[in-house]
Design a protein around this ligand. Structure first.
Ligand SMILES: [Zn+2]
Length: 151
C-alpha cells in the first residue's frame, strides 16, 4: 500500500435511483414503432449505408446526420451472450437467464436483449432467434419480451 492509498477508505453501498429520461426523437420513434406496430426499425447512414440498431441519429463513422429508417429483422443471430445468475429487479426473467447481443437481419450492429424458451446452457453463438413481443404495451425495449430460438 502506497502512502497515498493509505488514506483511501471505500464504503460498500448500494443506491436505488428511480428516474425517467427522454429517449430523444430517434429513440422515441424506435420505441413507439416497436410498441404500436411490433416492428423493429434501424437507421441507415446515407454515406456508408450501415444500418444501426438501436437506431442512431448520426453515423459514428461518417459523422453525418441519419434520416433514413429501415425495418430490420425480426429474425437475427446471437453474436455473443452471457448467463446471468442474479435477480435483476427491472428485468422480467428469473435467473439463470441469458443476456445476448443479437444481429438482426439487415442490421450492421447488435441489439442487446434477453433469450428465452431455451435452457441457458444450450444457447450458442450463431443461433437463430426471433422476437416474442409483449402481450400488453410495456415501457421501452421490453415491448419485446425476449428472443427465442428458431427451430
Ligand atoms: Zn456512415
Amino acid at each position: 500500500m502506497s502512502e497515498q492509498d493509505k488514506w483511501c477508505y471505500e464504503v460498500p453501498g448500494k443506491l436505488e435511483v428511480p428516474y425517467r429520461y427522454f429517449a430523444g426523437e430517434c429513440g422515441s420513434r424506435f420505441l413507439t414503432t416497436l410498441r404500436d406496430e411490433k416492428k423493429i426499425l434501424g437507421s441507415k447512414c446515407p454515406a456508408c449505408n450501415k444500418v444501426f440498431i438501436p437506431p442512431r441519429s448520426n453515423c459514428e463513422q461518417c459523422f453525418v446526420k441519419i434520416q433514413d429508417w429501415v425495418e430490420v429483422g425480426p429474425k437475427g443471430k446471437v453474436t455473443s451472450f452471457c448467463i446471468v445468475r442474479y435477480k435483476e429487479p427491472y428485468l422480467p426473467m428469473e435467473p439463470p437467464y441469458v443476456m445476448a447481443l443479437i444481429r438482426l437481419s439487415g442490421a450492421d450492429s447488435d441489439l442487446t436483449h434477453l433469450i428465452g424458451e431455451i435452457d441457458p446452457q444450450k444457447v450458442k453463438i450463431g443461433m437463430e432467434v426471433e422476437p416474442v413481443f409483449a402481450d400488453q404495451p410495456k415501457a421501452g425495449i421490453l415491448n419485446i419480451k425476449y428472443f427465442k430460438p428458431v427451430f
